[in-house]
Design a protein around this ligand. Structure first.
Ligand SMILES: Nc1ncnc2c1ncn2[C@@H]1O[C@H](COP(=O)(O)OP(=O)(O)OP(=O)(O)O)[C@@H](O)[C@H]1O
Ligand SMILES: [Mg+2]
Length: 450
């Protein structure tokens, strides 16, 4: 009776999919696979119900980083548990009157997982499991054991496709492809999408439209929970017909800037950008060469820029590393960085933002199909950028990152677009139009209204 009274203060009722999650009896149970399906709510509530139902239960709820954890679960739990449990900020745990404890944890760095070595948890939950590496998951599984009679230890997972753990989550819960040490009957997957979450559908109907408007592969992954969507080509939206425009004389008053992905043994790629008055960016020139010394590359850049006024040149951070013997003998003073050589030759470099995932996302925003054409247009002379951009693949270790043997032009593009303030993408961009493959027009000077 007392227990009933206590659970009664918890607000909300599980939807049918969440009920299935609550009732699961297998050792490993994953919920979700798409955005907004009520995964975090279900995980949190399941933990609280277990802590109330059993005494002296040890539960560990993890997210990859501490910040995410506190936002995602710490704050909501503080609100929800109000009178049901005491929070200890030193142990980052909720302590229940029956002796049960929900501890909040994280594994930001790979080795952070060892802080749980030697500890025993009856229940472990991995929120956004695809953010954890398979090594972290395997180690955490070794901490999941119980000494309580009648209680079976278990692990719960919530997940979306994509992320460093995409492959192991997909293998265990989607493909159900097991090794001789894994038992199929230990694994349950409860597929849920935003359409299974009536609370969200009712309170925020626009959210579904946001998911429906995502680029195709992200829509398939985040709305439909398609685990195969985030594989293969990294920029499936790139089309020559859509992103390559006829060359034209760039007005002298447009802002111009450059970006460079430095390379000597690998190709070095330099791109020239022009910013149109409507926020569109034109890549109008490229220099792509291998085995060219930094001083010579700087000379080529200056020669090709002629009298153009260039605002800045964003360059890959490796240009600030001091170089080894080859560089010393052939191209400057011992210990001098590429950036210093460039500067001496008259090209000062600006350190580019190296954030990869955010950078690729920025490239995607510029490639996105919009009314009037994408925000990024490339002149046909940029042959290597046009050739290699569609060759980029999803990195199999981290599907939100790109991989490919020839990514130099794409990297230069990323550095260039990341050098622009984000605001300009958002404020200048017009509403995104659904992609219609049958209405593609080659984007010539006409579409830009010049
Ligand atoms: N059964 C429920 N009762 C009340 N509110 C709920 C319920 N299930 C989910 N919600 C609410 O719906 C919203 C989305 O749920 P939640 O954050 O759990 O989804 P999610 O699948 O974790 O989303 P994401 O993919 O963004 O991580 C939240 O505001 C949550 O509180
Ligand atoms: Mg969530």
């Amino acid at each position: 009776m007392d227990k009933l009274k206590k659970t009664h203060v918890l607000k909300g009722r599980p939807n049918p999919k969440q009920k299935q999650f609550f009732m699961s009896k297998t050792r490993f149970c994953a919920y979700g696979g798409a955005r907004g399906g009520g995964k975090s709510w279900a995980m949190r509530r399941k933990f609280v119900l277990l802590a109330l139902r059993y005494s002296s239960l040890e539960l560990l709820l993890l997210r990859r980083t501490l910040n995410e954890l506190m936002e995602n679960h710490g704050r909501p739990l503080l609100r929800e548990l109000n009178t049901l449990a005491k929070y200890s900020s030193t142990s980052r745990a909720f302590l229940f009157p029956n002796g049960s404890r929900i501890r909040l944890g994280y594994c930001d760095k790979e080795k952070d997982v060892y802080q749980y070595q030697g500890q025993e948890y009856d229940v472990i939950g991995l929120e956004e499991a695809t953010r954890f590496t398979s090594e972290q998951m395997q180690f955490l599984a070794t901490c999941n054991r119980t000494s309580k009679q009648g209680f079976y230890p278990r692990m719960y997972f919530t997940c979306n496709p994509g992320g460093v753990g995409h492959a192991w989550v997909k293998r265990l819960f989607i493909d159900r492809d097991y090794t001789q040490y894994e038992k199929e009957e230990d694994y349950t997957f409860i597929r849920a999408s935003v359409y299974d979450n009536p609370v969200l559908l009712k309170n925020d109907p626009n959210y579904v439209r946001i998911l429906e408007n995502l680029p195709e592969h992200l829509r398939r992954a985040h709305l439909e929970g398609d685990w195969d969507a985030l594989g293969g080509q990294f920029f499936p939206e790139f089309r020559v017909q859509r992103h390559v425009c006829d060359a034209f004389e760039i007005p002298s008053w447009w802002t111009r800037f450059r970006s460079m992905d430095w390379g000597y043994s690998d190709p070095c790629c330099v791109l020239w950008f022009a910013l149109g008055p409507d926020g569109r960016i034109f890549v109008y020139r490229e220099e792509y060469a291998q085995h060219v010394l930094s001083s010579e590359m700087a000379g080529r850049i200056l020669a090709r820029s002629k009298q153009e006024k260039i605002a800045y040149t964003a360059a890959s951070p490796d240009a600030w590393q001091t170089r080894g013997l080859r560089h010393k003998i052939a191209d400057g003073v011992e210990g001098e960085s590429i950036a210093e050589v460039f500067s001496k030759c008259g090209v000062s470099l600006l350190r580019a933002d190296p954030a990869r995932i955010a950078g690729w996302q920025r490239v995607r925003e510029y490639l996105a199909v919009r009314e009037g054409g994408p925000l990024l247009q490339i002149f046909p002379c940029c042959k290597n950028l046009i050739r290699t951009l569609p060759l980029l693949l999803h990195d199999s270790h981290n599907l939100e990152d790109a991989a490919g043997s020839e990514d130099h032009a794409a990297e230069a593009l990323r550095y260039g677009l990341m050098s622009r303030p984000k605001k300009s993408v958002i404020t200048k961009a017009k509403a995104q139009m659904p992609y219609d493959p049958f209405s593609e027009q080659r984007s010539g000077p006409g579409f830009m209204g010049r």
